[in-house]
Design a protein around this ligand. Structure first.
Ligand SMILES: [Zn+2]
Ligand SMILES: [Zn+2]
Length: 335
């Protein structure tokens, strides 16, 4: 974490950004009793939610933080601006926070591990005045002029994400239409984007299955997978952080991956990182071996660098890799 103390004004802004969308959502639901949501409100909510969610998943996460694919500046700028509109902070701050998470997953230095508490992992870490250390965790990104520009102008894009739904609502329904456009397309949309993204940090490190052995508590969660455009396949993601695909089976729905693949077919993105089937097979065998060595359920002996699902015999760690190599007889290609 950065040593710089969070300023009082920043603390106030963080509180407002967390609580106002919640209150606005409660009001929006309450107002449904007196006035049905209009098609304009609903369209603003759905379109706004989708663009902001993709800005985070494709732009901030898979493209910027993990370099899962390469794209020209117009595509990069589009996704980074959509990400900024989600009100989750400037791209540089988001990337630094997320790299810190991957570097210290479920350790003391993890900004948002549920091992502290579920609430802390979800939103408490933001309310606790967390401040990212951009220089340390995202230093190379400071050389990227486009990323620096979009980060410095973050407030413009964030405020536009509130102004646009107001103006569209106003065009269709005057001042009342503008107000409800602002609430549904601005604040409720922000509330949903926030909590779905935060659920990846809290729910997906607590509830769900683990297909791969990783050094953390990451989980695959179907519901978050759906809502968060594929980001809920979080155990897969921690096992293969640079992969542009988080879904590793046909049934693991991953809309962000489908969009990246479509952009690739159109020639708009290139060098998409995908994990070779042989490498997936190796990691699955590794997980199977860990499961087979679960000789005494309930016994948990922590092994440095490896998190086992139930209880595990110590011998598993020593022999896992040797068995993997023998069984798979394949080389692991570089990412
Ligand atoms: Zn994680
Ligand atoms: Zn990640």
């Amino acid at each position: 974490m950065s040593d710089k103390p969070v300023s009082t004004s920043n603390k106030i802004v963080l509180q407002l950004v967390v609580w106002i969308p919640l209150l606005a959502t409660v009001f929006a639901i309450y107002s449904l009793w007196g006035r049905f949501i209009t098609p304009v409100d609903l369209t603003l909510l759905v379109v706004g939610y989708t663009l902001c969610a993709l800005g985070i998943t494709i732009g901030y996460h898979r493209m910027l933080t993990h370099k899962g694919f390469e794209a020209p500046d117009c595509i990069r700028g589009f996704f980074l601006i959509c990400g900024s509109m989600a009100f989750q902070g400037p791209a540089l701050n988001w990337a630094a926070t997320h790299i810190q998470h991957h570097a210290n997953s479920d350790d003391e230095e993890d900004p948002h591990s549920p091992l502290k508490s579920f609430f802390h992992a979800h939103v408490g870490w933001i309310l606790d005045d967390f401040s990212p250390d951009v220089q340390r965790y995202a230093g190379p990104l400071l050389k990227d002029k486009l990323v620096v520009f979009v980060s410095k102008t973050f407030l413009v894009w964030a405020l536009l994400s509130l102004l646009i739904p107001f103006l569209v609502g106003y065009a269709f329904g005057g001042l009342t239409g503008g107000l409800y456009g602002f609430i549904w397309g601005g604040l409720v949309r922000m509330f949903l984007n926030h909590h779905v993204t935060w659920a990846v940090n809290s729910v997906c490190h607590t509830y769900g299955g683990r297909e791969f052995v990783t050094t953390d508590q990451s989980r695959n969660n179907f519901l978050v997978g759906l809502l968060a455009m594929g980001e809920g396949w979080h155990n897969n993601h921690h096992a293969f952080p640079r992969s542009a695909n988080h879904g590793m089976h046909w049934w693991q729905i991953d809309p962000s991956a489908y969009i990246i693949a479509t952009l690739e077919k159109l020639g708009l993105v290139k060098k998409v990182v995908r994990i070779a089937p042989e490498r997936l097979a190796v990691r699955r065998i590794q997980a199977d071996v860990a499961e087979e060595r679960d000789v005494l359920p309930g016994l948990h002996i922590p092994i440095p660098g490896v998190v086992m699902e139930h209880g595990t015999a110590v011998a598993a760690a020593a022999t896992t890799m040797a068995e993997v190599v023998t069984k798979a007889s394949v080389h692991q290609p570089p990412l």
